[in-house]
Design a binder for this molecule. Structure first.
Ligand code: BGC
Length: 772
């Protein structure tokens, strides 16, 4: 593992204005710290931990305290000079070391040779797996099953902790409504309710029952806050978010993670409404500490403290360190303005020692709760046997199968089981071990991956003859930040003639085969950090290849490997079967073969409305109804304003009906739950999954409310021809919103519409009254 090539830089300046309003925002809906959080994140020995940390703090010099507040990036090649820094107490944490022996060695230096024997905290981006790679987070959200995300992150934590990594920079819970933004892949999509459920589930998965649970790691919810609203989907650019959108859309998943007991928070790179998130007192102090009573640790993003100068927010590194620490950042990632500047800044009175103590206390309490003072080391000889185990492989294969979304299946082309004697598998991505892992798979080993081609061969040969060719090659022209870590296959066809010949060879294979599976989409480097796009087209000549394949008249299945919705409008009308497999991870090829063969029935749903073209962005479903509502789909004269596929959409090899929607009561008091039931029937002769989705709309209030908002869902498995009443509990707390008129979060009594169905266009309707 080598060190990441390029530190991300923030290029945009900001004017230091302080957001005023929301520091006063409180309400029932945003209940302060919950009992749940108290018990989840604070172990029973809390008093003992505090006494230990208070005592330790008294022994520390100012330099040692600031050392704890410094996180140093290191690659796994031993970098001996850091030993001296550790001995002097100048490092609190490392990021990016994944070599177990080196982690242990450094820990021994800290614990045995450091003056105060304080253990180090080793952090790493365990985003969707450690060595065994799981489907990307957007895919996990497409499962519409929080237990899928919880299990995946439990398994990821297990491998990481065994290796000595005790801290992940995940979950990423940024709401993203712009598919151009590369990092849309790392979150749960566009919806705050789905996003909140996925956030909680991932926190539970990473951390277990409480901080310090064996085989678990510290989670870090990021990027606080508003990063997903980057202007034009351009990574790192400023976000301008109204208070109403901030409170109702962008903050809820963070709050959910905190309620679930997340132990750390990462401040974001960008300016939020003109103030950099890393120096933003409103976010880091007023919301996080005052309103939400967050008790854990706050880390900056990569270099984002010293970048405060780039923003035009801090005049120099000293001011950057002062502004970040005074805003509420406890630990600085990568840049070293804390280490270089804070001791003197305290002397000058720019930062109080009490502020430093509070930051160090957060860090040491975290280390204590994680059990690092008692048990700092790992069992190096046993690490290898705990990685990519059969149990891990099985878990990621099942996860991948549950996250895929069937977008089209005309004439029941799928499943393929036993129907065809020759299958052509086409596309560069079909045989790329690196790309099936997706971005943020930094500890993954491509050689562990099963490609689609391998999965298809295992599943269908010898019954069917499988042939393969690339058809076209694709390449990211601009370097990616992870280029030196794991690399997609490079194009090998040098001349136009070679490329033409390969293209025609692929079409010949399609012609000669009973059915073809075209595996198209994006290289792993085409989505993720610094991987934004101005177009959603299939890169390179993949669209031409697809159209030529369909033109043969032979049946074609399109399997998409990608981290964002792509422009598949033509395909949605001409390609009979489309399976969105996202980046499915280490066992992706087997999982896709499971799905295509019909051994597993797809049941995922889209966590984001799918645009027809880049011009429709943003096209999130939860928008306000205004003038001429019946023209919602004709807001453009040159094309429809309806998405290609609605939020929550996805097919199955089974078919379902829903009906007999019943509410337990016609009205409900604020603070209670409303029972909603609906009959779901599997009308097919095949077992399958359906997601029951519940949406509401408030008819009148102190502010306009979105036309529909998701407020409940449940993924259910029904046997062939089974009919079942599915009960959803609507929590009235979830009907609250932050009103731009009252500047408060609250429930406003009145009439609500409610719909239940299989996507956001759900037709079964009822209404109820919310009583005070
Ligand atoms: C990203 C974070 C990540 C950090 C450490 C940053 O560039 O924005 O999400 O956790 O690097 O890798």
């Amino acid at each position: 593992m080598r060190l990441r090539a390029v530190p991300a830089l923030l290029m945009f300046s900001a004017i230091a204005t302080i957001l005023g309003v929301a520091s006063t925002c409180t309400s029932a809906g945003w209940s302060r710290v919950s009992a749940h959080q108290e018990t989840k994140s604070i172990p029973s020995s809390d008093a003992e931990a505090r006494a230990f940390v208070t005592d330790l703090l008294k022994k520390m010099t100012l330099e040692e305290k600031v050392g704890q507040m410094s996180q140093v990036p290191l690659n796994s090649t031993p970098d001996r000079p850091v030993d001296e820094m550790i001995r002097k107490g100048q490092v609190g944490s490392f990021l990016f070391i994944t070599d177990a022996a080196e982690i242990n060695r450094l820990q021994h230096v800290a614990v045995e040779q450091g003056r105060l024997h304080i253990p180090l905290l080793f952090g790493f981006d365990v985003i969707h797996g450690f060595r065994t790679i799981y489907p990307v987070p957007l895919a996990m959200a497409a499962s519409w099953d929080p237990s899928v995300a919880e299990r995946a992150q439990t398994m990821a934590a297990k491998e990481a902790r065994a290796t000595g990594v005790q801290w992940t920079f995940a979950p990423m819970v940024d709401i993203a409504r712009d598919a151009r933004w590369g990092r849309i892949m790392e979150g749960a999509g566009e919806d705050p309710f789905l996003g909140s459920r996925m956030a909680e589930a991932q926190v539970r998965g990473f951390q277990g029952a409480h901080l310090g649970s064996p085989e678990h790691i510290l989670a870090c919810v990021k990027h606080f806050a508003g990063y997903g609203a980057a202007l034009g989907g351009r990574d790192y650019e400023e976000s301008n978010i109204s208070d109403e959108q901030l409170w109702n859309v962008y903050l809820p998943p963070f709050h959910a993670a905190i309620e679930a007991g997340v132990g750390s928070v990462m401040s974001a790179y960008m300016d939020l409404n003109g103030v950099p998130a890393t120096g933003n007192q409103f976010l880091l102090h007023d919301v996080l500490r005052d309103d939400w009573k967050f008790k854990g640790m706050v880390v900056s993003d990569w270099n984002s403290v010293s970048s405060l100068t780039t923003h035009g927010f801090a005049r120099d590194d000293e001011a950057a360190a002062v502004q970040a620490v005074n805003a509420g950042v406890d630990m600085e990632m990568t840049s070293h303005s804390f280490r270089d500047e804070l001791p003197a800044a305290v002397g000058k009175g720019f930062v109080t020692e009490a502020t430093i103590n509070a930051a160090v206390e957060d860090i040491l309490m975290t280390k204590y709760r994680m059990g690092l003072f008692k048990d700092p080391y790992i069992d190096v000889p046993h690490v290898a046997s705990q990685l990519v185990t059969p149990e891990q492989r099985e878990a990621t294969r099942e996860t991948a199968a549950r996250t895929a979304v069937l977008l089209r299946n005309e004439g029941n082309l799928l499943p393929l089981r036993g129907k065809y004697k020759s299958i052509a598998v086409i596309g560069m991505l079909a045989d790329s071990k690196a790309d099936i892992m997706g971005s943020w798979s930094l500890a993954g080993h491509p050689e562990d991956s099963i490609t689609v081609l391998e999965g298809m061969r295992k599943r269908f040969s010898p019954g069917a003859q499988i042939t393969y060719t690339k058809g076209v090659e694709i390449e990211r022209e601009q370097p990616s930040i992870f280029d030196d870590q794991f690399v997609s296959p490079k194009p090998t066809l040098k001349t136009e003639a070679e490329r033409d010949a390969e293209f025609h060879h692929a079409i010949d294979l399609v012609r000669q085969s009973d059915v073809s599976v075209l595996v198209l989409g994006e290289l792993q480097s085409m989505s993720g950090e610094r991987a934004s796009r101005s177009s959603l087209a299939l890169p390179g000549k993949q669209e031409e290849l697809l159209e030529a394949a369909v033109a043969t008249g032979k049946p074609v299945v399109l399997v998409l490997l990608n981290g964002r919705p792509l422009n598949i409008t033509w395909a949605s009308e001409h390609v009979p079967a489309i399976l969105e497999a996202w980046y499915p991870g280490t066992e992706g090829g087997d999982a896709i073969a499971d799905l295509l063969s019909g051994d597993v029935n797809p049941g995922g749903k889209l966590p984001i409305a799918w645009p027809r073209s880049v011009g429709q962005i943003p096209i999130n479903y939860a928008r306000n109804l205004t003038q001429i509502p019946e023209a919602l789909d004709t807001r453009y004269w040159d094309g429809t304003s309806a998405p290609l596929y609605p939020f929550g959409y996805g097919l199955s090899y089974s078919s379902f009906t829903m009906g007999n929607l019943k509410l337990a009561e016609p009205s409900v008091h604020a603070g209670s739950m409303l029972k909603v039931s609906v009959d779901v029937e599997n009308t097919s002769s095949r077992d399958g999954d359906e997601v029951v989705e519940l949406y509401t709309h408030q008819r009148a209030g102190s502010a306009s409310r979105p036309v529909r908002e998701l407020k409940g869902f449940e993924r259910v498995t029904l046997r062939a021809h089974e009919k079942r009443a599915v009960m959803l509990m609507l929590n009235t707390k979830d009907l609250g919103f932050w009103s731009p008129q009252t500047h408060h979060w609250g429930l406003e009594p009145g009439m609500f519409d409610l719909w239940v169905g299989s996507d956001e266009s759900a037709g079964d309707h009822a209404s109820f009254e919310l009583l005070p």
